[in-house]
Ligand binder design. Sequence first.
Ligand SMILES: Cc1ncc(COP(=O)(O)O)c(C=O)c1O
Length: 367
Amino acid sequence: MKKEETLVRKGILDLKPYIPGKPIEEVQQELGLKEVIKLASNETSIGPSPLALEAIKKEIKNINLYPEGSSRALREKLAHKLNLDPEMIIVGNGADDVIDVIGMTFINEGDEVIAGEVTFPAYETITTIMGGKFLPVKLKDYSLDLEEMSRCLNDRTKLIFLCNPNNPTGTMVDKEAVDNFLKQVPEKVVVVFDEAYCDYVEDPAYPDSLSYIREGRKVITLRTFSKIAGIAGLRAGYGIANADLIGYLRRVVNPFTTNRLAQVAAAASLDDQKHRKKVLQTNQEGKSYLYKELKALGLFYLPTETNFIFIDLKRDSTTVFNELLKKGVIVRPGGMYGCPTFIRVTIGTAYENQKFIGALQEVTNKK
Ligand SMILES: Cc1ncc(COP(=O)(O)O)c(C=O)c1O
């Protein structure tokens, strides 16, 4: 053991740093490429809402002042839109921040936290940091297996993270399955629905997690402005729950966690129905195109309820990832999710999708 290793808290040594999607600038520099497209982090390729940009321009002169600590105006706007009390909402520095705050608020050493085995990695990270025990439950047909999860419940269960739709598979669990699952979950267990991609869902059987909160369940719903609203670079996300649970989270969250520009841009993007429609339309068209081309290439992919597609290349996907990089296309290799033959590809603009398919054709034909 290195000397420094005795300094850090238990659990930290078990962590591996999160590997984010490679930034465009880095790939341009490393490989000397002029044009690079990024389909690795499920951002919005068509850019942010013009209303958000206007709001930022107006607000920028005020950045000498700390932001409003609890994002009051944004919470009120969200509350109005969702027909909730503003006290039922907490805004964070991205949904990532709210996930950490949930972990810090609820997980004692030895508490058990249940989530999918192939899912968003942040749930395991914060559980490990807090000294909790993470229970990854195998997926069934590439979806969260709620029946198996309910078999894992016991006295030590503290939290359950349901990523719905699930990242990286793009699959969702439906209302009937969630209703049945919640009947098995004891009152004292907090169930977190991570709905980062809810806006893209087309299946009418998608559950309304806010209805569980209204019924008085210990449910926290997470949403973000990084995806459909297109302001991932500013960092704004939020959690919704009953006012008592939100009150505990507020004790933990950093006082000025969401910056001024993020707050006003997020609020403005809520008004921009035109931008939202355009994002959804681009996504639907891109999805149909990619399905068609992937089928033509004979590749297995999971039908998605999100803005990304999980594709099984049936071979080591890191090699394909590196070959695609050389062609100026950044995707996400599945290895970090324990799926070493898969890649996860964000649905981009028509141009980006065509460029990806062209590059994939060349790379996979190479053998
Ligand atoms: C399922 C899921 N939850 C949360 C996040 C984090 O979102 P944010 O950018 O708001 O921190 C992401 C980001 O990719 C995600 O995929």
